[in-house]
Ligand binder design. Structure first.
Ligand code: GCU
Length: 651
């Protein structure tokens, strides 16, 4: 698209296909998409593409055969090489599309070497979804995209679904398919007035967006308000057990499917941060979710019910209430009560996407409930797409964590990320934040993949071979670098209230949000042990509960999440807590400076527009990292009175 960064699908990535002879077998809309992709590449690079719907393979001088053998919607494909020919076979049309992008990722390597045994590729998780926190109308406080750092919405502009710009939505769908994502929710989980109407009289607009995403195998979902029957239907109640309310939802859902026959389902934030929910009627969250599940069931739709339920009007003086406990306390008693098409969507950590949190103890604690693990690609607490912070290693750690022997990836039915995309020409504001979106999609397809290999794959596709080692160096350790110069040892928060950018050590300390660090002159951290604290550590299975219970066994990086310790407490690393704080904050800034130097050396290899944008953002990252370093170090020097062992400048 004109003026828009091609991200991981530059024309060049199609050269190996576009210079060869391809045969496509099969029919249907997604096969048309595959054909269109290959035909366009051939038009550009001189190869040829034939289409053949006959039953037996045409013998012919083909280099690549893309063959659909069935009619289902399956996503699996096989890839192999024999007789000098590369073959992708799929029994479902989505599989053929994913197989095409597999060939694109391999590039020339897909066409070289001798025979290759057929490999089967299948996604580990059936649902790989992005939630857009996009508002239709610009919200007075949150703007167009809540926690969005990449411009306005891709889907909505001037209070309506984009009209002439739906080409951009299609291009977005193409990028998503190329990294394996197959579902999108098109509006914010906080459903305001205009957005509530998308469910009913404005469903036509959603249908247009769905139409632009469909050619790339992406199903559209909608965030809905639990109060819809009252807000839109003028019923006196939204009680999930009330017959009129249930009938209203059934009717509304039927109309949604008339407009969008392959509609994916609803996303619901209920009884959370002021959103309406079943508590108002003395009903459970299972009652709420199951009512929507029943409405969606005849059409094969799914309700994504979010578990982000906690008391956001807490008293900071009350040391017994612990926000980290809330999701587990609310939902575990409901295990087994949720309908088969209800998926409980759980944030990966118990708080809210801090740079470091333990894995939520709710994950694995509800074996009879379907689970979606929610990540945050938008960098609300990780630098807001002004800082380089590649989250692949964080997500991979979460997916490999074993709550009770089985990895999170195997417990989940779905993986969801809050999108980091907007109408910015680079899609994600910071051009390097594209790596987060790409990595999310690829990990959702294969959660045990090495994130570093995914990073290299993205670099190769988006930038070609030239700058690979430099780019790898800039991105690979960037999450740990960010962790070093921000809140230490898992304690979290310490951000400016409201917008959450930049340091404010006590910004949330006396607030109602349940986000405290309890620093005093002697020490810091939250005692979440069972013996002396909030009991949160006891929400884990026995093995982890024991690990987290004691400061002696708790991993350093989570120490202040689980324990209140003295500044002189010696970490497993051998350093005291206070010296760790000083050292990591100096190191973090040095690492940003080093990354900036590496980037400067890539000027000739990454294209001028990308180079300039990243260089400019690096300046801001460095300024901000220094601000973090100096505020955090000064705060703790002043509180503790313990000098830096190396005598460095602290204010
Ligand atoms: C965070 C974020 C909100 C968002 C909420 C959610 O609290 O700051 O903007 O609405 O998460 O996930 O629902």
């Amino acid at each position: 698209m004109q003026g828009v960064d091609p991200a991981w699908l530059p024309d060049e990535a199609f050269r190996p296909i576009g210079t060869r002879r391809t045969l496509i077998r099969g029919s249907g809309p997604l096969v048309d998409t595959v054909h269109g992709e290959v035909a366009e590449a051939c038009g550009r690079f001189g190869g040829s593409v034939s289409r053949d719907s006959a039953a037996a393979p045409e013998p012919g001088p083909y280099d690549l055969v893309l063959e659909l053998t069935g009619t289902e919607g399956g996503e699996t494909y096989t890839f192999g090489r024999g007789d000098g020919r590369t073959t992708v076979t799929a029994s479902g049309a989505s599989g053929l599309l994913y197989g095409l992008f597999h060939v694109v990722r391999l590039g020339e390597a897909a066409f070289h070497g001798g025979d290759r045994q057929r490999e089967q590729h299948a996604p580990a998780l059936a649902l790989r979804m992005l939630d857009h926190w996009d508002n239709v109308a610009v919200h007075p406080v949150m703007g167009q995209v809540e926690r969005g750092y990449a411009g306005g919405s891709l889907f909505w502009a001037d209070g309506r679904a984009r009209g002439e710009l739906l080409g951009r939505v299609r291009a977005y769908g193409r990028l998503l398919a190329a990294c394996g994502i197959n579902a999108v929710a098109v509006n914010n989980v906080n459903v305001h007035e205009a957005e509530a109407r998308l469910l009913t009289d404005r469903i036509g607009e959603v249908a247009r967006i769905a139409g632009a995403l469909r050619p790339y195998g992406i199903r559209t979902h909608l965030s809905v308000t639990f109060a819809a029957p009252m807000v839109l239907g003028e019923l006196p109640t939204a009680d999930p057990l009330d017959e009129a309310v249930r009938a209203w939802w059934a009717e509304a859902t039927a109309r949604v499917y008339e407009a969008i026959p392959d509609f994916g389902g609803f996303v619901v934030k209920a009884d959370s941060e002021g959103q309406p929910g079943p508590f108002a009627y003395g009903r459970s969250h299972a009652d709420g979710a199951n009512m929507l599940g029943a409405a969606l069931e005849p059409y094969g739709g799914t309700v994504h019910w979010r578990a982000f339920v906690y008391d956001h009007r807490q008293d900071w003086r009350d040391r017994r209430t612990d926000r980290a406990r809330a999701a587990y306390d609310h939902f575990v008693p409901l295990d087994g009560q949720f309908a088969g098409n209800a998926v409980l969507q759980v944030k990966h950590g118990p708080m809210d996407f801090q740079v470091r949190e333990p894995v939520s103890p709710l994950i694995g604690a509800m074996p009879r409930t379907r689970l979606a693990v929610e990540m945050q690609a938008t960098q609300e607490y990780t630098g807001q797409q002004r800082h380089v912070c590649w989250l692949g290693p964080l997500w991979s750690e979460v997916l490999r964590f074993r709550p009770d022997g089985v990895p999170v990836a195997d417990l989940a039915d779905a993986m969801v990320a809050v999108s980091n995309v907007g109408d910015d020409p680079f899609w994600t504001g910071h051009p390097l934040a594209q790596a987060n979106l790409y990595t999310f999609g690829r990990l959702a397809w294969q959660p045990d993949a090495d994130p570093g290999a995914i990073l290299d794959e993205w670099i190769r596709l988006a930038f070609g071979p030239g700058p690979s080692s430099g780019l790898h160096a800039v991105l690979d350790g960037s999450w740990r670098t960010y962790e070093k110069y921000t809140a230490p040892l898992g304690v979290g928060w310490m951000v400016q209230p409201g917008h959450h950018y930049g340091p404010s050590v006590d910004g949330y300390e006396y607030s109602p949000w349940g986000t405290y660090h309890f620093a005093d002159r002697d020490g810091i951290g939250v005692d979440r042990s069972v013996t002396t604290g909030t009991g949160y550590a006891g929400q884990y299975s026995k093995w982890w509960a024991e690990v987290y219970e004691s400061p002696d066994t708790c991993p350093d990086e989570l120490l202040l999440f689980f324990h209140h310790v003295a500044y002189g407490h010696v970490l497993r690393s051998g350093k005291t807590v206070i010296q760790h704080i000083y050292d990591t904050h100096f190191e973090g800034v040095e690492e940003v400076e080093a990354a900036q130097r590496v980037w400067a050396g890539l000027a000739d290899l990454v294209g001028p527009a990308r180079h300039a944008r990243v260089a400019e953002l690096h300046e801001e990252q460095l300024r901000s990292a220094r601000e973090w370093r100096d505020q955090i170090n000064s705060y703790f020097l002043r509180k503790s009175g313990v000098p830096d062992a190396h005598g460095r400048r602290i204010y």
